[in-house]
Each structure stands twice: as structure tokens, then as C-alpha cells.
Design a protein around this ligand. Structure first.
Ligand SMILES: Nc1ncnc2c1ncn2[C@@H]1O[C@H](COP(=O)(O)OP(=O)(O)O)[C@@H](O)[C@H]1O
Ligand SMILES: [Mg+2]
Length: 224
């Protein structure tokens, strides 16, 4: 479970300070499909970075399974980021000179890849419908296909949490819905907690957790 307790974040750019988060509380229980929604600049990416330990709050805490990320040692934070969290980005972040399979294996390449892991990468690519694209490079793939490679990459380490920042932001709406279909299927199959930032509220369903932001603060849910 992830809990945010009075999270604030002030970004400093030279002399100017931007209060990106102004005391935000929420919790995301395990196996949730959670959305962070809100207008541009409302603090959505800032939250995702804090949840993934890519950045530190100015005050407040992110608590994962009962332990505050700020109480982790450097190596524990590293291990959390590397093993527990799978990131998916708007612009896919694939390496242009690598095949789809090798892009999925990227997090493991420095340590060497046993055959069993390579087979698992292939299985994951099949599960997102890319069985005929295994040796294609990113420039030979459509945007939707590239994002499916990125989903497979995020899942290979069997993370507890998938954190996705506007994963369909660069895709047309039909392809975006398709990507969400894969995310939801993998969420159902594996029980991975998914936290996804989006502009598109039409993707939210009744059973999802919704964190609504405006100007760095929570907005009450319309239904409550
Ligand atoms: N690294 C940064 N330095 C300075 N200001 C930042 C930085 N990152 C974000 N901000 C500012 O913080 C606010 C929230 O940003 P962000 O979390 O990216 O919002 P969103 O993802 O909802 O569009 C914005 O006003 C943005 O300009
Ligand atoms: Mg953003």
C-alpha cells in the first residue's frame, strides 16, 4: 500500500519558487487501478515522481507498506526504484538501436540476461500483441506498439507498482483506449497496482481510485 501524508513539493528554479503540491493526503491500497487527474500544471507528474522515489518531498511523507521512503537508506531507495516500481512515460523512452526484445530487457542488460528471462520478455511482448514485432526497432513500430514495448519492459521486473505518466498522451484516442485495455488486462492478470496520470477522464471507471488535483491540492471527488 502507498500512503501520501501531507505531501508538499516546492520546485525552485533560480530565484522563483513554485508550490507544486500543497499538502496532499491519499492512499492507494494494493491491487488498485488508480488515476491521478487534473489540469496541466496541477502537480500530477510531481506526485508520480515522489511515489517512485525519483524526487523527494519538501515536507510530508510517502509511506510504502508502512515505511516512509525518507527512512530508506540510499541503497534501499535504489532497490525500491529498480525492483518495486515500473515506470511508463508519455514518450515511451525506448532505445532506438535496440530491438523490441532488447528494449524490454534493458533494465537487466548490465547484469547479463539468462535465457529464461529472455523467454519471459518474449512472452510479455506476446501478451501485448507484439509477437510479430520482436526484432523490430522503435522506428519500425507505431506509437501504440512502442508504448506496448514500454509496458512489457515495466512488467518484466514484476514490480509491485506501475507508475505511468500520461502513457497515452502522444497517441490517438483509439490507440489510447487500446493501451488502457492492455494495462487493465495486465492489472487483472497479475494484480499489479497501477497508478496512471491522464488528462482523459473518460478512461476512469467506477471501481478505480481517483485522485483529483487542482493547483497542487486535492479536489473533493464529485461523487462524495
Ligand atoms: N523541475 C521543476 N522546476 C520548477 N518547476 C517545476 C518543476 N517541475 C514542475 N514544476 C512546476 O510545478 C507545477 C506542477 O508541475 P507538474 O507536476 O509537472 O504538473 P502536471 O504533471 O500536472 O502538469 C507546475 O507549475 C510546474 O511548472
Ligand atoms: Mg505532467
Amino acid at each position: 500500500m502507498i500512503q501520501a501524508e501531507q505531501l508538499t513539493k516546492i520546485h525552485r528554479r533560480g530565484e522563483t519558487e513554485v508550490a507544486a503540491l500543497r499538502g496532499v493526503d491519499f492512499e492507494i491500497v494494493d491491487k488498485s487501478f488508480a488515476f491521478i487527474v487534473g489540469p496541466s500544471g496541477s502537480g500530477k507528474s510531481t506526485i508520480l515522481h515522489l511515489l517512485g522515489a525519483l524526487d523527494e518531498p519538501s515536507s510530508g511523507r510517502v509511506i510504502v507498506d508502512g515505511t516512509s521512503l525518507s527512512d530508506f537508506s540510499v541503497s534501499e531507495r535504489d532497490a525500491y526504484r529498480r525492483n518495486q516500481v515500473g515506470f511508463i512515460f508519455q514518450n515511451f523512452n525506448l532505445l532506438s538501436n535496440l530491438t523490441a526484445v532488447d528494449n524490454v530487457l534493458v533494465p537487466f542488460l548490465p547484469r547479463g540476461v539468462p535465457e529464461s528471462l529472455r523467454n519471459e520478455a518474449v512472452e510479455l511482448l506476446k501478451s501485448v500483441g507484439l509477437e510479430s514485432r520482436l526484432t523490430h526497432r522503435p522506428n519500425q513500430l507505431s506509437g501504440g506498439e512502442q508504448q506496448r514495448v514500454a509496458i512489457a519492459r515495466a512488467l518484466l521486473k514484476r514490480p509491485g507498482y506501475i507508475l505511468a505518466d500520461e502513457p497515452t498522451g502522444e497517441l490517438d484516442s483509439a490507440t489510447g483506449r487500446e493501451i488502457f485495455g492492455y494495462l487493465r488486462a495486465l492489472h487483472e492478470d497479475r494484480g499489479t497496482t497501477v497508478v496512471v496520470v491522464t488528462h482523459d477522464q473518460s478512461l476512469v471507471t467506477d471501481s478505480d481510485v481517483v485522485i483529483r488535483l487542482k493547483d497542487g491540492s486535492l479536489e473533493p471527488n464529485a461523487a462524495s
